[in-house]
Design a protein around this ligand. Structure first.
Ligand code: DAH
Length: 337
């Protein structure tokens, strides 16, 4: 019997419980009610006394071995399910594809950063506006032909509600809530009922600027915009202001910068003129200040508004505005740093 026990010990030592099924086989063979261990225990009483100690130790060894094998198989199967057998943990991990800012966001952030150095903070307007904030408060009287300057999307069920055609309504909302001094930017999306082409889109982005305080003059406007142009387009950039018309500013102007592509010599981008038109601006009309509860006898100020797409197209040499809205990965990944 002792020899038989030694054989079993040898057998279990050599047993490879690679799978859970094999381990179960081992358990049934040795540990089940009618298994070998119980059989051997039953033999115990027949063992001669002088062999009992040795026999007892061998039974224990056999039992422990079987249990150990089963435990090992169990641990291995747990590990197997959590990692593939051929996993090499010393290899570097897979590259995680990082996203990047959209070019419109990059240009917007840069504009905000430059004006931020002059003390401008950022306010949010709203994309769904009412007629009052988009037009009336900005000195567009009802039926005024200037309303046709911007083709508007109206909400069908309520002609008083529209998608804002410019961020200038954001000026009104700021002035309604805050007395001067005011230095604020309102960036955001605007909507116009226009045919989509390489040069214009029905959705685009603008940044509105507003500065109201005592004794703000046209010279302050010019200086502020010159600072921006040089910071954004480069130290050598020159600006020029051309008289223009907007109902909410008086006087009004459009600002050109010397073409950053050809340095002012004339090229295809500036159509040979050496100048690029980048924004509209002017001194805030007294009617607008009054509409917003600010006394035009005490305060004055300037405002400006620029299109972000146009600015981004010039900066990155993008020739089709539609690219900004198509989410083409090939296009967007060009702007990764
Ligand atoms: N809102 C004008 C537009 O969308 C741009 C603009 C012009 C904004 C002059 C201004 C301004 O604040 O003073 O065309």
């Amino acid at each position: 019997m002792i020899e038989k026990l030694a054989d079993f010990i040898e057998e279990v030592k050599n047993f490879k419980a690679e799978t859970a099924a094999k381990a179960e086989e081992l358990r049934l063979k040795f540990l089940a009610k009618k298994g070998i261990l119980n059989e051997i225990f039953a033999e115990f009483k027949n063992v001669p006394p002088e062999q009992k100690k040795d026999f007892g130790q061998k039974i224990n060894t056999l039992k422990q071995l079987v249990e150990q094998k089963i435990q090992e198989a169990k641990e291995r199967s747990e590990e197997d399910s959590s990692k593939p057998a051929d996993l090499d943990t010393s290899l570097p991990g897979p590259n995680i594809a990082l996203g990047s800012h959209h070019p419109i966001t990059m240009v917007k952030n840069e504009i905000i950063e430059i004006f931020g150095r002059l003390g401008f903070t950022v306010a949010e307007g709203q994309e769904i506006e009412d007629d009052y904030h988009n037009f009336t408060a900005l000195n567009f009287p009802p039926e005024h032909p200037a309303r046709d300057m911007q083709d508007t999307f109206f909400i069908e069920t309520d002609p008083d509600i529209l998608l804002r055609t410019h961020t200038s309504g954001g000026q009104v909302r700021v002035m309604e809530k805050q007395q001067p001094p005011i230095r604020v930017l309102v960036p955001g999306r605007v909507f116009r009922n226009e045919a989509v082409s390489a040069r214009s889109h029905c959705i685009f982005h603008q940044v509105e600027g507003l500065y109201i305080d005592k004794n703000v003059s046209f010279a302050d406007l010019k200086q502020t915009l010159m600072y921006f142009a040089k910071e954004f387009y480069g130290e050598k950039t020159e600006i020029r202001l051309r008289p223009s018309y907007f109902p909410f500013t008086e006087p009004s102007a459009e600002m050109d910068v010397s073409c950053s592509i050809c340095g002012g010599k004339g090229c295809a981008i500036c159509k040979g003129t050496g100048w690029l038109e980048i924004l509209g601006c002017g001194m805030v009309h007294p009617n607008v200040l009054r509409n917003c509860g600010i006394d035009p006898e005490v305060y004055s100020g300037f405002a400006f508004g620029m299109g972000i797409e146009r600015t981004a197209m010039l900066r990155y040499g993008v020739t089709d505005i539609r690219m900004f809205f198509e989410n083409d990965m090939k296009f967007l990944s060009r702007f990764k740093h």
